[in-house]
Design a protein around this ligand. Structure first.
Ligand code: PLP
Length: 358
C-alpha cells in the first residue's frame, strides 16, 4: 500500500518494525516505553537521544532550545502571542493559505496583526514577492508558514528577518530540506508528518526570546516552563517522543536532511511531470516556482471523473488521495517516508487513467 495521507502520515516502515519489536520490552528493560516513568533513566536516555539527534539533523546552534510539547501546532498559535508579543504590540504575518489564516485568527485574539502580504487574490496559489511586503518596523515577530499543507505552496527561501524574530510554522516540511536555524527566532511543527505520530509538537526556540511571556500566561503555555524543565514540566508525550527519536535516527542513517531533499525533489518531479504532461487532463493550481515538494494538489479537468479516479487508485492500493474538503480535487502528500516507488506508482496510474478517459 502507498498512503498519501496529509497527516497523520506514513512513517518509515523500518521505524514501525522497530517499534513493534520493542513494544513489550524496550532494550531488555522488561517495560514498554509506554509504561516507563518519564523521570527514569530509560526514558531519560530516549529523550536525550531524540534531542541530540534532532540537533544533529538540523545543525541547531547551542543558543537554541529544543522543546517537546503537546497540543499540536494549533496550541502554538495561541502560545506565540502570549510568549512573544507584549500587550498592545503588533505582529507581522504573511498570509499564504489555510494554515496562515488559522494562525492569524488565533493570534489576533491577543495582538494586533498586520498582514504584510497575502496571496488570497489568486486563491493562495503562490508566495507573495518579498520585495512587496509591508512590514511593521518594530513588529514583535514576523510569522510565516513554510509549507501550506492544503494549498501545496512552499517557500523556497527564508524571508529576511530585518532584526525582528522570524517565526515559522514548519509542520509539513520540517526535515525535508536543510534550513539555517540561526535565521529564526523560533521554528515549530506538529510531529505527525515528517517526525512521528500525532500528539507531539516540537519547538526550536532562540534562548534569548524566553522568559518574556505575559504575566498571565498559563504555566503550560509558557515555553520557558518546558525549557527550564527539559520538556518535562509535566508528563511528556513519552511514546510519541520515542517514535520521533527513532524517525530522527532513521533520517540520519539515510544521510540526513540534505539526502532527504535530493530524494524529495526527485519524488515530487515524478508526480508534477505526470500533471504537466497530461495536456490539461490534470491541473495543479500552484505557481510553478512555489510548488510544494510535500503536498501536491491537483484537479481533474472533468470533475465528474473524480470518483472513478479515486476508486481506481484505491484498487491499486494508492490511498488517501482525496483533496482537502475546502479545495476538492486530489492531493498527494509525499513526506519523507513516501518512497520514490510510491510516487512512480501514482504517476503511472495517472498516466494510464488520463489515457483511458482523456
Ligand atoms: N500547520 C500546518 C502547516 C499543518 O499542516 C497543520 C496540520 O495539518 C497544522 C498547522 C495544525 O497542526 P495540529 O493538528 O498538530 O494542530
Amino acid at each position: 500500500v502507498f498512503n498519501f495521507s496529509s497527516g497523520p502520515a506514513v512513517l518509515p516502515h523500518e521505524v514501525l518494525l522497530q517499534v513493534q519489536a520493542e513494544m513489550l520490552d524496550w532494550h531488555g528493560s522488561g517495560m514498554s516505553v509506554m509504561e516507563m516513568s518519564h523521570r527514569g533513566p530509560e526514558f531519560g536516555q530516549i529523550l536525550a537521544e531524540a534531542e541530540a539527534d534532532l540537533r544533529t539533523l538540523m545543525a541547531i546552534p547551542d543558543n537554541y532550545k529544543v522543546l517537546f510539547l503537546q497540543g499540536g501546532a494549533h496550541l502554538q498559535f495561541a502560545m506565540l502571542p502570549l510568549n512573544f508579543a507584549p500587550v498592545g504590540s503588533t505582529v507581522d504575518f504573511v498570509n499564504t493559505g489555510h494554515w496562515s489564516k488559522v494562525a492569524i485568527k488565533e493570534v489576533s485574539r491577543y495582538a494586533n496583526v498586520n498582514i504584510v502580504a497575502s496571496s488570497e487574490d489568486k486563491n493562495f496559489s503562490y508566495v507573495p514577492d518579498e520585495s512587496t511586503w509591508q512590514r511593521t518596523p518594530d513588529a514583535a515577530f514576523l510569522h510565516y508558514c513554510s509549507n501550506e499543507t492544503i494549498g501545496g505552496v512552499e517557500f523556497n527561501h527564508i524571508p529576511q528577518a530585518n532584526g525582528v524574530p522570524l517565526i515559522c510554522d514548519m509542520s509539513s516540511n520540517i526535515l525535508s530540506r536543510p534550513v539555517d536555524v540561526s535565521q529564526f527566532g523560533m521554528i515549530y511543527a506538529g510531529a505527525q508528518k515528517n517526525m512521528g505520530p500525532s500528539g507531539v509538537a516540537v519547538s526550536i526556540v532562540r534562548s534569548d526570546l524566553l522568559g518574556k511571556a505575559r504575566s498571565d500566561t498559563p504555566t503550560m503555555l509558557n515555553y520557558k516552563s518546558y525549557a527550564d524543565n527539559g520538556s518535562m514540566y509535566n508528563t511528556p508525550p513519552s511514546f510519541g517522543i520515542y517514535v520521533a527519536g527513532l524517525v530522527y535516527k532513521h533520517v540520519l542513517q539515510q544521510g540526513g536532511v540534505a539526502a532527504m531533499e535530493a530524494k524529495n525533489i526527485e519524488k515530487a518531479n515524478v508526480i508534477y511531470a505526470a500533471i504537466d504532461a497530461s495536456n490539461g487532463f490534470y491541473h495543479c493550481p500552484t505557481a510553478l516556482a512555489d510548488r510544494s515538494r510535500m503536498n501536491i494538489p491537483f484537479t481533474l479537468a472533468d470533475q465528474q471523473l473524480d470518483q472513478a479516479f479515486l476508486a481506481g487508485a484505491e484498487a491499486r492500493h494508492l490511498l488517501q488521495l482525496k483533496g482537502h474538503r475546502s479545495v476538492g480535487g486530489m492531493r498527494a502528500s509525499i513526506y519523507n517516508a513516501m518512497p520514490l516507488a510510491g510516487c512512480q506508482a501514482l504517476a503511472d496510474y495517472m498516466n494510464e487513467f488520463a489515457k483511458m478517459k482523456g
